[in-house]
Write a protein that binds this ligand. Structure first.
Ligand code: SF4
Length: 151
């Protein structure tokens, strides 16, 4: 039997459980917005099962591999500055260990569960001012290779 995987829509936080993510999100109609996530993340977001915190977490290399796969055939990529990418992902995974979910390392969770789902990494970064103006997500983890200029 093929193992089923959880996927999260990075635009509306809809979850899908299956072998592959839908190309079009049935909830918000975004295209190719689903990213593979752990069962832990799905459990916490869907059912607030905070008791499972600390189990089944990805290591940095696993998370990096998932993000690299996600960037394939997209109009965005990971920042070419590997040190910056490692530091950012280290912050995301530290947040997961400490706060239960992969919150953005550059923003402070409010403590309001629903509101903080907006800053799960990867977030809906194409709506951010930094994306429109500089071609990068708020933390510079993802960039638009056509527009992003190293300062
Ligand atoms: S701004 Fe970048 S690093 Fe922060 S959550 Fe969004 S995608 Fe992740």
């Amino acid at each position: 039997m093929v193992e089923k995987i959880y996927f999260r829509c990075t635009v509306c936080n809809d979850f899908h459980y299956g072998n592959n993510p839908p190309q079009i999100c049935p909830t918000c109609s975004s295209i190719n917005a689903y990213i593979k996530v752990t069962e832990l993340e799905a459990d916490i977001v869907l059912f607030e099962k905070q008791t499972r915190r600390g189990k089944n977490q990805w290591r940095l290399e696993e998370f990096l591999g998932v993000l690299r796969d996600w960037c394939e055939d997209s109009d965005f990529s990971l920042n070419a500055d590997e040190e910056h990418v490692y530091l950012t992902l280290d912050g995301v995974l530290r947040n997961e260990r400490q706060n239960g979910l992969k919150y953005c390392p550059c923003r402070v969770p409010t403590g309001e569960f629903e509101e903080d789902l907006e800053i799960l990494c990867p977030c809906n970064f194409k709506t951010q001012e930094t994306w429109a103006e500089q071609g990068r997500c708020w933390c510079g983890l993802f960039i638009d290779p056509e527009r992003y200029k190293v300062e």
